[in-house]
Design a protein around this ligand. Structure first.
Ligand code: S3P
Length: 432
C-alpha cells in the first residue's frame, strides 16, 4: 500500500470506530453476566472479532445485527469447553484477558495466535495466576497456552508490571474466586475493566493508598446485565489528529471519542506541544468520559515527555513520533521499555522507519530522541511494519508530508481500524 503526499490538508468529520479495549470487554463481561445485554457501536475489527468468535465457540448465545450485538449471558459458570483450540489472531488483549477468565472455568482451553502474538510474553499473566493455583502451560512463556480450568484461591497481588491486560485478566479470574482478591497497582493503567465491572454490579472496591491503587474484588457474585454504548476510540483518532496538526489548512472534528483520564496522554502531550485541540461537549456515558475533538493545523514545538506519559499513552508513541518529526524543536520521549513488546518492537520500528524517512533520531536506554528538520530526504521508502497496525497507520500519516511511502503488510490495519483508508481518503488523504 502507498501513502502519498497531500497538499490541501485534511478536512471534515471522519467516522472513528468503537474503542478496541472497551469492545473486547463489551463481549467478555456480558457473556458471563446473567441476562440480555445489547452492545451498540462494537468495533468490528479482526482483534475484536476473534474475542467474539471465542465466546461463540464456548456456547454463548450472541446475535449480531448491523448496528448492535445482543448477548444472552447465563452467568459466571455458564461457559462450555470449546471443541477446537481458541485462535486469537494478533490480539494480545484477548489472550491476556481470556487466560485469566478461563483459568477457573471447569474445563480445558487451548489458546493460540498468529506469529506476532505467539512471540509475545504471556508469563506476565500466567505467573500471578499460577500463584493463585491456576494450571497453565505456556510454550516457552508464550502461546500456545493450555489451561486446565479449576478452583483458584484468593490472594493479594502486587502488580509489578504496569499493564491493563494483566490487571484485567486477574480481575476476570477473581470474579469466580471465593473470597477477596486484592490487586495493588503502582502505576496508572487503563481502567475500562473496573468501570464496566462496577456497572455490572460486581462486588468491587477501589481506593488509593500511598499513591497506589488498590482494587478489592469479592468473587462468586453473579453480574447483572447492562446495555453498553461503546464510545469511539481515542487511539484510532490519534492518526487523524496528528494528520490535521502537521498538514496545512486542516480542520477536523471527531465525534463521541472516549477521553478516559487513564488513557488521554496523547491529548495532554500534543497540547504541551502547542497543538490547537479543543475538547467539546465533555460528558459521561456508563462512567466513561466522552467528548468531541476539534483539531486545526498547528505549529508544534518539541517536548520532553517523562515515563509517566508512557502510562497514559503507550499505544500512541508511533504517531507522536511522527508529530515530533514536524515540530520546530527536538523532542525526548522517556521510559518506553514496554513499547518493545507490543504487536512489534515498536521502538525499533519507529527508529528504523523514521531514519529511512531521513529523520535524525536515536534511542538510548529506552528513551527516544527526535531532532526534526524542515526538509527530509527519504533514504528508503519501504516502511517495515512487522504486521503492526499502529506502525502502519503512523507511517501513512508520515506519507502525507513526505510520501510516497510504501507500507509493507498494511492489512494489519484491519486488526483495529478496518475503515481507516476510506475514512482517511474521504478527508483528503491519498492512500492507494
Ligand atoms: C490494552 C492494554 C494495553 C494496550 C493495548 C490494549 C487493553 O496493553 O497497549 O493495546 O485493552 O487492556 P498493556 O496492558 O500490555 O499495557
Amino acid at each position: 500500500m502507498i501513502s502519498n503526499f497531500i497538499s490541501k490538508g485534511i478536512n471534515g468529520m471522519p467516522t472513528i470506530p468503537g474503542d478496541k479495549s472497551i469492545s473486547h470487554r463489551s463481549i467478555i463481561i456480558p457473556s458471563i453476566s446473567n441476562g440480555i445485554c445489547e452492545v451498540n457501536n462494537l468495533l468490528k475489527s479482526d482483534d475484536v472479532l476473534h474475542t467474539l468468535k471465542a465466546f461463540k465457540s464456548m456456547g454463548v448465545d450472541i446475535i449480531e445485527n448491523k448496528k448492535k450485538i445482543i448477548i444472552n449471558g447465563k452467568g459466571l459458570n455458564s461457559l462450555n469447553e470449546s471443541k477446537d483450540e481458541i485462535y486469537l489472531g494478533n490480539s494480545g488483549t484477548s489472550a491476556r484477558l481470556l487466560t485469566g477468565l478461563l483459568s477457573n472455568q471447569r474445563f480445558k482451553s487451548v489458546l493460540t495466535g498468529d506469529k506476532s502474538l505467539s512471540n509475545r510474553p504471556m508469563n506476565r499473566i500466567a505467573n500471578p495466576l499460577i500463584e493463585m493455583d491456576a494450571k497453565i502451560n505456556t510454550t516457552n512463556g508464550s502461546l500456545p497456552i493450555t489451561i486446565e480450568g479449576g478452583n483458584l484461591k484468593a490472594i493479594d497481588i502486587d502488580l509489578k508490571i504496569p499493564s491493563a491486560q494483566i490487571k484485567s485478566g486477574l480481575l476476570l479470574a477473581a470474579l469466580n474466586i471465593k473470597g477477596e482478591t486484592k490487586i495493588t497497582e503502582h502505576k496508572i493503567t487503563r481502567d475500562h475493566t473496573e468501570i464496566m465491572l462496577e456497572s455490572f454490579g460486581a462486588d468491587i472496591k477501589i481506593y488509593k493508598k500511598d499513591n497506589k491503587k488498590i482494587i478489592k474484588i469479592f468473587g462468586q457474585k453473579e453480574l447483572f446485565p447492562k446495555n453498553i454504548d461503546v464510545p469511539n476510540d481515542l487511539s484510532s483518532s490519534a492518526f487523524f489528529i496528528v494528520s490535521a496538526l502537521i498538514n496545512k489548512n486542516s480542520h477536523i472534528i471527531l465525534k463521541n471519542i472516549n477521553n478516559n483520564p487513564t488513557r488521554n496522554g496523547i491529548i495532554l502531550a500534543l497540547k504541551k506541544m502547542g497543538a490547537k485541540i479543543k475538547l467539546l461537549n465533555e460528558r459521561k456515558n456508563n462512567n466513561e468520559n466522552i467528548c468531541d475533538i476539534e483539531v486545526k493545523t498547528s505549529n508544534l514545538n518539541g517536548c520532553d515527555l517523562g515515563p509517566e506519559f508512557a502510562d497514559l499513552m503507550i499505544d500512541e508513541y508511533p504517531i507522536i513520533a511522527v508529530a515530533a518529526s514536524f515540530a520546530n524543536s527536538p523532542s525526548i520521549f522517556r521510559g518506553l521499555k514496554e513499547l518493545r513488546i507490543k504487536e512489534s518492537d515498536r521502538l525499533k520500528l519507529i527508529l528504523l522507519n523514521l531514519q529511512n524517512c531521513g529523520v535524525d533520531c536515536k534511542s538510548e536506554n529506552d528513551d527516544l530522541f527526535i531532532n526534526p528538520s524542515q526538509k527530509y530526504e527519504i533514504k528508503k521508502n519501504l516502511i517495515q511494519t512487522d504486521f503492526d497496525h499502529r506502525i502502519a497507520m503512523a507511517f501513512c500519516v508520515m506519507g502525507t508530508r513526505i510520501g510516497p511511502l510504501k507500507i509493507k503488510d498494511a492489512e494489519s490495519i484491519n486488526t483495529s481500524f478496518p475503515t481507516f483508508i476510506s475514512e482517511f481518503n474521504n478527508l483528503g488523504g491519498n492512500i492507494f
